[in-house]
Ligand binder design. Structure first.
Ligand code: KG4
Ligand code: ZN
Length: 352
């Protein structure tokens, strides 16, 4: 079955064609980074406008590159949340129009669930239960995966996402945007024990995170220290604090939940120290670590189309009343694709 996936939740306009939830025939990503770079972060209004400009071409490219025609597409999967409301609206409106015009089924996709699914595109057999960590510019979420479609949210950031903290610290240090990769690179030549920054944890909350305090600590350090250490040391020390919290909480969750795998997703999964630490903690133990290729870690539509296949087979579709939900939450999904996995209500509009 050929599914077209569409993703516009943040600053990447993406479309992909995936066969049977597994074989990626095309995976087109138009990044908007250069338009947001002057501002040191994603500007929602710019994101929406840029999505509108390129979405048609991105979808056409995905179909052409797959070597098929629009007639071959059998369903459309689209991200409807969480994300930037204006950005989400572009993808959802486009998907609805195409579904209506072609009389195709429309499958609503939770962006975070798709980040977890990304790993299945390269590793179809994952031993469960797993602890999934979705870390990006917009999210820091830890989720227990009982089976595909059955989840329990364990914890999340209470303020800044980890990628956001990287980007803001890099901006403050005048390093450029996006900051994650730059700090990661600088940190390789710095001393990670040079400065003991606070770990972004929350007292009395076992699996939640708080990255805004760490960001402020770095800013205060540079403001109040007369002779600050070299930027490489600041970067390495910041990174150590940022990663330390993630790794220790994930390992705690693995133990508490008797998980047998760890799944990593989101742009921050590219981080070298995070990979190194998780590798070190899992090697030699009966815990499998799954990290997708970088192109599948960052926002992409292959993960949307891939997950769409399974949701379609489970009867999880939407009619044309599908709306975006910028705050789409993870709750306890007790049964397969429980209530939050479905677009909330089925209206009276055509349902194919
Ligand atoms: O998933 P993504 O492409 O977009 C969303 O945020 O949805 O993630 C981008 C984020 C940015 O905050 C970027 O700074 C961060 O991922 N990032 C990294 C690294 N590469 C990208 N953070 C830490 N280390 C990296 N190597
Ligand atoms: Zn994402």
């Amino acid at each position: 079955m050929l599914i077209l996936g569409i993703e516009t939740s943040c600053d990447e306009t993406a479309a992909a064609v995936v066969e049977d939830g597994q074989h990626i025939l095309s995976n087109i990503i138009a990044s908007q980074v250069k338009f947001h770079e002057p501002y040191g972060g994603v500007v929602p209004e710019i994101a929406s406008r840029k999505h509108i400009e390129v979405i048609n071409q991105v979808v056409v490219s995905a179909i052409n590159e797959a070597g098929i025609t629009l007639n071959d597409i059998e369903a459309i999967a689209v991200t409807y949340g969480p994300g930037l409301v204006g950005a989400l609206l572009v993808g959802v409106s486009f998907a609805k129009a195409l579904a209506y015009g072609r009389r195709l089924p429309l499958i609503p996709i939770n962006h975070l669930e798709a980040h977890i699914y990304a790993v299945y595109l390269e590793y179809p057999q994952i031993n469960l239960p797993a602890i999934a960590l979705v870390v990006s510019g917009g999210h820091t979420e830890m989720i227990l995966v009982k089976e595909l479609g059955v989840y329990e949210s364990l914890g999340r950031t209470k303020d800044d996402a980890i990628g956001e903290a990287y980007d803001k610290v890099a901006k403050w240090l005048g390093l450029g945007y996006p900051g994650g990769q730059i700090i990661d690179r600088l940190a390789t030549t710095g001393n990670r024990e040079a400065i003991r920054f606070p770990r972004p944890t929350i007292k009395h909350s076992k699996y939640d995170f708080s990255y805004s305090g760490l960001k402020t600590a770095v800013i205060n350090y540079t403001k109040t220290t007369h002779h600050p250490l070299p930027v490489e040391d600041i970067a390495a020390s910041f990174q150590e604090a940022a990663v330390d919290a993630l790794v220790s909480k994930v390992m705690n969750a693995v133990q508490d939940m008797a998980a047998v795998s760890i799944i990593l997703g989101g742009g921050v999964a590219a981080n070298s120290r995070l990979r190194e630490q998780l590798n070190a903690k899992t090697t030699g133990k009966d815990i499998a670590l799954y990290i997708p290729s970088i192109v599948l870690c960052t926002d992409n539509a292959a993960m949307i189309a891939g997950l769409g296949f399974h949701k379609y087979n489970a009867g999880n579709r939407s009619d044309l009343s599908l709306d975006v939900n910028s705050n789409l939450k993870w709750e306890k999904w007790g049964e397969k694709w429980g209530k939050m996995g479905t677009a909330r209500k089925m209206g009276t509009a055509p349902y194919f």
